[in-house]
Write a protein that binds this ligand. Structure first.
Ligand SMILES: NC(=O)c1ccc[n+]([C@@H]2O[C@H](COP(=O)([O-])OP(=O)(O)OC[C@H]3O[C@@H](n4cnc5c(N)ncnc54)[C@H](OP(=O)(O)O)[C@@H]3O)[C@@H](O)[C@H]2O)c1
Length: 336
């Protein structure tokens, strides 16, 4: 049983805690929030007695072994650093870190703490349908390209229309469509096809300075992959992966992967299974297994994929001229 502490009290933390508890392998022991009232409400929901509003005390005195970090993107770095210093395993929400410099910094800290595990919570990469697509891609006669879509209107875009800057659309918090829903399709592309040779992101920028939506082209040796992402419009287009004589059709979107079909001529074969009611259950199971079995091989594979995704997100973002406060901080630290 892994003792779990949490940072961030939004709905996604509740969903992860419910998934973790449903595995039977975690016990929620400790809640951090900036507000005691919010910490207490969350703690009461799960019959937890240990709450903190001071981060240093949370890490110094909290009776947990693994922390789930679901703070705004730009804060993941500081929170993960504190966790590593306090000898806690880390499950950090996607996107794990804002740029490759932060990622390298964390990797260096982890190399001095060989007993610790750090995972990026890219939940769909742990789901059976994601793995079914990965296997099917490996069996295609010849890969000819793909179009992967994840575009969903966010209610928080209403605030942007009202002249505000919610975290998810703010460069101060490493926000934007690419950094939010885009993470899923970049994971898809890197896990299924590898790291692209070249890439460009054609972004529609918002007054806040980040992207509301955009199209990315990833170039591979023999084919291109198009990513269509957005948070200020909704797409119902299925995604497709092309072989020579076969097409994989990913219904719904390229992150939820509700249905996956293999089409060949007039024949269609269903490759997917119905997703779990709580899609975070598979990652919760995987993280628990890797920690308790000390499976360094699988953890390193996970980390390598996170690093590749982090670099691709950064290169795409830079190609569109999107700069985060975290990048400016990074340049200052590097004396540029
Ligand atoms: N895997 C998934 O399916 C999924 C889905 C949604 C989100 N996410 C990820 O989860 C993370 C959180 O997303 P979110 O939309 O919940 O973010 P959010 O609402 O902006 O913030 C999350 C939590 O962080 C704390 N917080 C908010 N603003 C803060 C600030 N200025 N300074 C310090 N703490 C602050 C709040 O907790 P307190 O008020 O209690 O301190 C809040 O509940 C992101 O990395 C996002 O990408 C993942």
């Amino acid at each position: 049983m892994l003792k779990l502490g949490i940072i961030g009290t939004n709905w996604i933390t509740e969903q992860f805690v419910e998934a973790a508890l449903a595995t039977g392998n975690y016990q929620l022991t400790t809640v951090y929030s900036r507000s005691q009232a919010k910490a207490q409400t969350f703690a009461d929901k799960f019959q937890v007695t240990e709450t903190f509003t001071d981060l240093d005390r949370f890490f110094a005195a909290g009776q947990f072994e693994v922390v789930y970090i679901a703070s705004p993107n730009s804060l993941h770095f500081e929170h993960a650093k504190l966790a590593i210093a306090a000898d806690k395993h880390v499950i950090v929400e996607k996107p794990a870190f804002s740029n490759p410099s932060e990622m390298a910094n964390i990797t260096a800290l982890l190399s001095n703490k060989p007993n610790l595990f750090l995972f990026e919570a890219a939940r769909h990469a742990h789901e059976p349908n994601f793995k079914a697509v990965q296997k099917a891609v490996g069996q295609l006669d010849r890969l000819q390209g793909a179009v992967l879509t994840y575009m969903k209107y966010s209610s928080r875009y209403d605030q942007v229309l009202a002249g505000k800057e919610p975290n998810v659309f703010s460069p101060r918090f490493s926000g934007g469509a690419l950094q939010d829903l885009g993470v899923y399709v970049v994971y898809d592309a890197v896990a299924w096809f590898g790291v692209p040779e070249a890439m460009h992101y054609y972004a529609s920028l918002l007054p806040t300075g980040v992207d509301g939506k955009g199209t990315a082209i990833l170039r591979y040796t023999d084919f291109d992959v198009t990513l269509i992402i957005g948070k200020n419009a909704t797409s119902n287009l299925p995604s497709e992966i092309y072989g020579l004589h076969e097409t994989l059709e990913l219904g719904d979107n390229a992150a939820d992967l509700q249905t996956v079909n293999l089409q060949r001529g007039t024949e269609t074969k269903l490759l997917s299974t119905p997703p779990a009611a709580n899609p975070m259950i598979h990652e919760a199971e995987d993280f628990h297994r890797m920690i308790t079995e000390n499976d360094r091989t699988a953890a390193t594979e996970n980390m390598q994929l996170s690093q590749q995704v982090n670099q691709v997100l950064y290169d795409l973002r830079r190609s569109a001229g999107i700069v985060f406060a975290a990048d400016i901080e990074e340049q200052k630290n590097n004396g540029q």
